[in-house]
Design a protein around this ligand. Structure first.
Ligand SMILES: C[S@@+](CC[C@H](N)C(=O)[O-])C[C@H]1O[C@@H](n2cnc3c(N)ncnc32)[C@H](O)[C@@H]1O
Length: 209
């Protein structure tokens, strides 16, 4: 992924308030629904890829999860999320500012029991980028670990944040992940943006065999 993408995300998070972003969720209910099914212990390691300034992290902290890693290409996004959480809560999270298509630091984080991605995979339209994403996922997700992956669905818009996206359904996501992953659950979700427009997403839960 080129530096243009990094600049894009930096300027997006600098220009806009978090609650005005076209993917802001006051309550990340669809992700939490799938998280519940994983029946994780509060010590299990969780990584949120492309975390942005997501309220999913606040929910994990509120629920008592103790081993959380948040990864994003944008340092501005991470700063906004840290500021919202406050110093004490933020200090208990591992923060990684990195492009997932150029992974380095993330390999020092140990393995994860849950990989959560809402709306980053769909930006990896270049097959080299998506295959790097998959190789990181395979390297870092434990056996029997879970992956919650959410993207624009086949009915979704062709662009998000002004960038082209690749849309998926549960079948194409399962094909992308391959035989090592079992699809446990999936559902369509119609997300309402802060401006009132809607965006159809697909949510999937996979378990590594
Ligand atoms: C549509 S936003 C979703 C943010 C968050 N997951 C949420 O649900 O609110 C996509 C996020 O992915 C991040 N991102 C995009 N490309 C990335 C990459 N190659 N590596 C890491 N993060 C990336 C962006 O900075 C942005 O925060």
């Amino acid at each position: 992924m080129s530096t243009d993408f990094k600049d894009h995300w930096e300027s997006t998070y600098k220009r806009k308030s978090v609650s005005g972003l076209g993917w802001y969720e006051k309550n990340p209910a669809p992700s939490l629904k799938l998280l519940q099914q994983c029946k994780l212990s509060r010590d299990d390691s969780i990584v949120d890829i492309g975390t942005g300034a997501s309220t999913f992290i606040d929910s994990l902290v509120e629920a008592g999860f103790k081993n959380i890693t948040a990864v994003d290409i944008s340092k501005t996004a991470i700063k906004k999320l840290k500021d919202r959480l406050g110093r004490e809560k933020a200090s208990n999270i591992k923060w990684i500012i990195e492009d997932i298509t150029k992974p380095e630091i993330i390999f020092n984080s140990g393995e994860f029991f849950l990989w959560h991605d809402r709306a980053i995979l769909h930006f990896l339209t270049d097959s080299n980028d998506s295959s790097t994403y998959l190789s990181v996922l395979k390297k870092l997700l434990k056996k029997n670990g879970f992956a919650i992956i959410s993207t624009f669905s086949l009915k979704g818009a062709p662009k998000c944040s002004g960038l082209n996206v690749r849309r998926y359904d549960q079948t194409s996501l399962a094909a992308f992940l391959g035989n090592e992953f079992e699809l446990l659950d999936h559902f369509d979700f119609l997300y309402t943006m802060p401006n009132g427009d809607t965006r159809p997403y697909i949510y999937t839960l996979f378990q590594r065999r």
